[in-house]
Ligand binder design. Structure first.
Ligand code: HEM
Ligand code: HEM
Length: 189
């Protein structure tokens, strides 16, 4: 087996969780953006002669967003768990992957991108949990805010990695690595 069953399960759960986290961010920044929705609420309510202040509209728009954003935290916990699972796999997995030194230059670059995404996601989980639990951790609100800014900026690495990775494996599958994607499904070489 190129990829053990545990590794494959890990990959697909992890892919789903990361795509889900990106989904919650995209929703927060588009359809469920409080800025956009508070304006819609104010305009539509004023059309039926109900005037509310910008501050009240903000409270309403954030309340509409809240249920969706809970999923960022739920998936966040799942990501933290999957990172721990990946560390376990690093030591105990039976997948037969090529050693780094035997890889072609191209594959070394691909593997480098995996190290980068692992480091990035470790940071996302640690920073995300620190923002969420900043009070329990005894952090100041300002510190939590600064961590949030870095968390939000680092999101860009994830946003670029995911489509590049998916396009990359599809291109490789169609060129000289036939069966690459199915090997992540059925485990075979
Ligand atoms: C949904 C479409 C996806 C497909 C078809 C796919 C497919 C694959 C394949 C075939 C490999 C092995 C590539 C190789 O040997 O270099 C791989 C590895 C990997 N994938 Fe994906 N993937 C997908 C989504 C994702 C997502 C959303 C993530 C999230 C970050 C992700 C993270 C990874 C990582 C970190 C590895 C390296 C595993 C390791 O060797 O340590 N994948 N993927
Ligand atoms: C793939 C991993 C992740 C990505 C791409 C990501 C992305 C983001 C982005 C872009 C924001 C800023 C949203 C905005 O203000 O517009 C954010 C906020 C936040 N994230 Fe994450 N995140 C990830 C993982 C996590 C994890 C593991 C947790 C831990 C539970 C977490 C908890 C939070 C919290 C608490 C906020 C602040 C929300 C607020 O200010 O109300 N995130 N995340």
């Amino acid at each position: 087996m190129k990829y053990s069953i545990q590794f494959r399960i890990w990959h697909w759960l992890h892919a789903t969780v990361v795509l889900g986290l990106l989904g919650t961010v995209l929703l927060r920044k588009t359809f469920l953006s409080w800025r956009t929705n508070s304006e819609i609420l104010m305009t539509k309510l004023s059309e039926i002669s109900i005037e509310i202040t910008a501050e009240q509209a903000k409270v309403l728009a954030k309340a509409v967003r809240a249920g969706m954003w809970e999923w960022h935290i739920i998936l966040g916990y799942a990501l933290a768990f999957l990172i721990i699972f990946r560390i376990y796999l690093y030591f105990f997995d039976t997948s037969k992957k090529e050693s780094f030194s035997s890889l072609t230059l191209h594959k070394k670059a691909v593997h480098l991108s995996y190290y980068i995404i692992y480091a990035t996601l470790l940071f996302m989980a640690a920073s995300g949990l620190s923002i969420y639990f900043y009070q329990d951790l005894g952090l100041l609100k300002e510190t939590a805010h600064d961590i949030k800014e870095i968390h939000e900026f680092t999101f860009n690495i994830v946003m670029y990695f995911v489509p590049l990775h998916i396009i990359g494996v599809i291109v490789a599958e169609n060129k000289d690595e036939k069966g690459l994607i199915s090997s992540m499904i059925n485990g075979k070489e």
